[in-house]
Design a protein around this ligand. Structure first.
Ligand code: PLP
Length: 386
């Protein structure tokens, strides 16, 4: 049997053809594929605007900048995430503080967030970045209610959660990334994610002011829009650099691939849900192995299937010997050497630490075969029997 990774992209002939078409066209970058994909993606998630960027990390960076983060500003986030979530704040010399996770959902514990804010000084925190970890959406309605009285902005790191949604208190389904309750959402198209563009990401927002700001910063802070020039034009070639920006653009090649992938999203999501159901039914009730809590109000999109396993390292090694590459996601950000030298958060994050000791992500991707799923559950069962 071929090695079974924890995640893998699926590329078909349509994807290849879409890329080749761009390669044969006049614009490899800064062409029409970019706005076309932005429009399609933002309408898929029900947001007003989309901005394609070179990575999810670039998207998070632009988001904090557009929301006006200044050196020394404090932002709350979760430590159970990829380092990029918190790094975006450090790029701008902001300060990070972590809120512990809810042990049932592995997401930021909103009760703990509420308590932390209740004890904060007026204006102490500027914003919060939540993560729809693994594909389980955060209760953004509740989050917005909590943060509203403190005037915090909200960034939803939705890099794991394309296709997820939650039911709000009015019974309305809110899609991840629709920005009804968040100022900005950020997605990633790294090959382990639901859809891929190679590398890439996309920001959604309903605020035109934020879109314009991020759009400017995406391309060096340069504008060619004569209506916004602050100096007199020198001629047809004239452009102005008005902010210190970056090259965070996504090429037409990447956008064509992502657009072609987006056409398959419903099938990808359905297969991921089926795999999760299989794991749930097969592994439920195992002694020493615990499947995640599910809640019908929060529709998971299963970027990851995370369980908690006693004797995790031995299980990980046992699966690996059988060519099954489960994964541990994530080493908590606060445990990274770089973050340890900033502050010691260990005592403040007991649930995050506990989760890290036992968590294990099982293989989860659209092309995972039935016999591979069976081998995975059989191997886990035989590990705990032996
Ligand atoms: C939660 C989360 N946020 C942000 C990122 C960064 O995305 P990218 O790899 O596209 O820069 C990732 C990537 O894995 C992620 O998992």
């Amino acid at each position: 049997m071929e090695p079974i990774p924890y995640a893998k992209q699926f590329i078909d002939e349509d994807d290849i053809e879409a890329v080749v078409k761009v390669l044969r066209s006049s614009h490899l970058t800064q062409g029409s594929k970019v706005p076309e994909f932005e429009e399609l993606f933002s309408s898929y998630v029900d947001a007003a605007y989309g901005l394609a960027v070179s990575s999810g990390t670039a998207g998070l960076h632009l988001a904090v900048k557009a929301l006006g983060l200044k050196a020394g500003d404090k932002v709350l986030t979760t430590s159970n995430t990829f380092v990029a979530t918190a790094n975006a704040v450090l790029f701008e010399k902001g300060q990070i503080d972590f809120v512990d996770i809810d042990p049932n959902t592995y997401l930021m514990d909103l009760d703990k967030l509420e308590a932390k804010l209740a004890h904060s000084r007026p204006g102490e925190f500027k914003g919060v970045i939540v993560v729809d970890f693994g594909g389980r959406p955060v209760d953004l309605e509740r989050l917005a209610k909590i943060t509203h009285k403190y005037g915090l902005w909200i960034i939803e790191d939705a890099c794991h959660a394309l296709g997820a949604r939650f039911q709000d208190s009015h019974g309305v389904w809110q899609k991840t990334g629709n920005c009804k309750y968040a100022d900005i959402s950020v997605f990633s198209f790294h090959p382990v994610k639901h859809i891929t563009s190679g590398e890439g990401g996309l920001i959604t927002t309903n605020r035109k002011d934020l879109l314009d700001k991020m759009s400017l910063l995406r391309s060096h802070g340069i504008t060619k829009d004569s209506a916004s020039f602050t100096q007199e034009s020198h001629g047809g070639w004239y452009y102005e650099m008005q902010e210190l920006g970056y090259n965070y653009r996504l090429s037409d090649i990447n956008c064509a691939l992502a657009q072609s992938q987006l056409k398959k999203i419903d099938a990808f999501l359905a297969r991921r849900k089926l795999i999760a159901q299989f794991y749930n039914t097969q592994l439920k009730g195992l002694k020493n192995f615990f499947i995640a809590d599910t809640n019908p109000r929060f529709e998971h999109s299963y970027h990851l299937y995370v369980a908690r396993a006693n004797n995790r390292k031995a299980l990980y090694d046992y699966l690996r010997e059988r060519n099954i590459f489960s994964q541990v996601l994530y080493i908590p950000v606060h445990q990274q050497p770089y973050y340890r030298q900033i502050h010691n958060w260990n005592e403040a994050l007991p649930e995050t630490n506990k989760y890290y000791e036992v968590s294990l992500a099982l293989p989860m991707y659209a092309t995972l075969k039935d016999e591979e799923m069976q081998l995975i559950v059989d191997s886990i069962k035989s590990f705990y029997r032996s």
